[in-house]
Structure formats: C-alpha cells, structure tokens
Design a protein around this ligand. Sequence first.
Ligand SMILES: NC(=O)c1ccc[n+]([C@@H]2O[C@H](COP(=O)([O-])OP(=O)(O)OC[C@H]3O[C@@H](n4cnc5c(N)ncnc54)[C@H](OP(=O)(O)O)[C@@H]3O)[C@@H](O)[C@H]2O)c1
Length: 261
Amino acid sequence: MSVATPIERIWPAPATGALTDPQLTALYGRADRPHLRVNFVASADGAVTLDGYSAGLSGEPDKRVFGLLRMLCDALVVAAGTLRHEGYRAVRPRPERRAWRREQGLAEFPTLVVVSGSLDLDPAQAAFADAPVRPVVLTHTGAVPPPGLTDVADLVRCGTDRVDLAAGLAELRRRGLDQLLCEGGPHLFGALTAADLVDELCLTVAPLLAGAGPGRITAGDAGPPRHLPLRHVLAAADGVLMLRYARDPADPPSAGSTPAA
Ligand SMILES: NC(=O)c1ccc[n+]([C@@H]2O[C@H](COP(=O)([O-])OP(=O)(O)OC[C@H]3O[C@@H](n4cnc5c(N)ncnc54)[C@H](OP(=O)(O)O)[C@@H]3O)[C@@H](O)[C@H]2O)c1
C-alpha cells in the first residue's frame, strides 16, 4: 500500500523519520498480559464528532493506525450506541493484516464484542449478518433478545439489570480474548473509566476546532480521575497527533469478577 501522509514519532526522542507499518505495529504492540486499549479521535478543542460522526475527524493517518490496532487485538469491543449510529460493518482486516495475524498464531479475524443493555440490536446489520466469526454481545440477565439475534451472536449475561463490565471483560478473557480494543463510544469509555478497567488510551487529535456542541470522548456519571502516563507522541505530516497513554504494568486495573450464568 502506498502511504500518502508520513507519520513520525516525535516523543520520546529521538525522532524516527517516517514510520513503516511494521514499525508502527511494534510501537503499539500487544501487551504481555490481559489488556484493554481504547481508541478515539477528537478535534483539538475536544469534540468527539463532527456533524454527528467520527468520520469528519479522521483522515488517512488515523485510519492507518486504526486498522493496525484492529490487527493487533483479539477482540474489538464497541458499545451498542456506536454500533447502531456508525452502522458498523463486519470486522475484516485486509488480507496482509490477516496473514500477519496467522503468522503470530492469532485467529485470522478479531472477534466483535458488542455491549448492550437493551439488546436493541438488528441481527441483519452487517456487523452481525456478515461477521466472519460469531460476535459476542455482553448484556445482563434481564435483557430480552430480538428475534434472530441468537442465530448470529453469542449472548454473555453479566449483571442483573445492567451490564457489569468487569465481569464481562473477565468472561472475554476466560474465552482467550486477552487483548481488547475498545472503539467507544463515550458512554462505554466513561463506564470503563469509572470501573477502573482501562489500561491504555490511543487518542488521535485532529488539527481543527469543531466549536461548541459535540460531546467529549467520555460521557456518563462522574468518577475519580485516573492517572495515565504518556508513552509516545506521533505526528503525521498533515498536523494530526497520535498520543498513546498507558498504565504502568506494575499498576494493573482492578480484576474482573465472575459473570452470572
Ligand atoms: N470520535 C470517536 O473516536 C468516536 C468513537 C466512537 C463513537 N463516537 C461517537 O459517539 C456517539 C455515540 O456515543 P454514545 O456515548 O451515545 O454511545 P456509546 O457509548 O457508543 O453507547 C452507549 C450504549 O452502550 C450500551 N451499554 C451497555 N452497558 C453499558 C455500560 N455499562 N456502560 C455504558 N454503555 C453501556 C448501551 O446500549 P443499549 O442502548 O443497547 O442498552 C448504551 O446505550 C456517536 O455520535 C459516535 O459517532 C465517536
């Protein structure tokens, strides 16, 4: 693939020059322990959407890293709100990225995990109907699935009247899905932060002012701040910054509990 916009690491020094895909892959990597990475794009003034969607904030460098992060994960976790609103399709990395996964001994395709309390999900949506591996839906014991959903997805029930995210992540890990990439949205990120489950945030900052109106990358009930050290800063030639923040491995997040049967 030809790369239109070079990406360089500018912090920590020394600067790297234009990074290749293998170098970017090594910079992000897979953790040596269960790990939840969250990925968002925002404007310089903190907006999570432009005209209601993330697409207006994202350009070629962000899409390149976005695809590499998908390549690196065992499962891609997304909240039902974002799945519905952004019209998620099936998760199918490009052939060369699937080949990389096979070489690493990973499943050819990451598993899609949808977090939904209402189960207001459309089994005909391509994310389910066209999925190369059966998606998992994290929900709670009180939720009633719409017709056809259990034909196309496994339901995992964690919590009695709301999704217990710690229990849900513990169940994913029990299924061998250790390296989790969460693509939002803001309410799910807020809940994961409140539950102290986030190991890493990858944040692309687009060089534009969206102005007042859109929300932040996080939403929901307030909780205590969580310290997250900066690990690298990448800069693309078009002025986009890519920030990676991650916990100290010696300070892991709270352990998950056991899901309801
Ligand atoms: N800039 C970016 O990188 C980016 C990334 C993602 C999304 N977005 C934008 O964010 C917007 C959508 O975000 P949103 O905050 O409204 O929704 P969201 O976080 O994507 O989804 C919220 C939904 O998640 C489900 N959920 C279940 N259990 C939950 C729990 N314990 N905590 C939190 N959520 C739980 C619920 O689904 P049910 O209703 O099914 O119960 C809830 O309504 C869209 O405009 C999208 O374009 C931007």
